[in-house]
Design a protein around this ligand. Sequence first.
Ligand code: ITT
Length: 204
Amino acid sequence: REILFATSNQGKARELKEAFKQAGIDVEVKTNADLTNPPHPVETGRTFEANAKIKAHELADFSGMLTLADDSGLMVDKLNGEPGVRSARYAGEAHNDAHNNAKLLAELGGVAQNERTAKFNTTIVASMPGHFEQDLVVTGQCAGEILPGPRGKDGFGYDPLFYVPEKGKTFAEMTTDEKNEISHRGRAIKKLLVELPAWLKQFE
Ligand code: ITT
């Protein structure tokens, strides 16, 4: 059994593969990197769900495979929820973690630590080719704070700046398993794995 995870982000792919492995799910997870000349969906939606559907549908049509897509973002309270759905292109279209993190720190310059609260959201869509009206949608969130500087070497994206008070660590100071236990993506994947078996039955 094979499933396509419609992502070009290797950090997301690592986390999903690890979560599936931990749950004992015996499927082979492919990503865009395993396809020849895959399309590059333009994320024009105004919500995580809309953007996840754009990615899931384009790649399901292209591949003919059962397809998952993940649209995620960081919402910072002091920045009125920014960067939100624009998290990947916060510092400009050339999607670069270092520039995005630098911009986030600059925007929060001078803001006291107790006002640097934020949360991550992940929305995952599962799409069966030809049955997009029956998409499965799950979400997960995780609350934390934006540190004044990076901590940790693991993870990806905004992870070195995202501190989880209950754990006393940033996401970049956690192993993939530790991050999955509490993260927005880990929580969304847990819901997905609960709902997927019944959802799949309708296509048998
Ligand atoms: P795909 O669309 O190909 O899946 P992407 O990186 O463009 O990959 P998004 O559109 O969902 O993904 O953009 C999310 C942005 O938020 C991007 O800059 C990520 O680096 C960042 N991000 C997402 N999940 C994250 C996480 O768990 N930790 C840190 N940063 C994360």
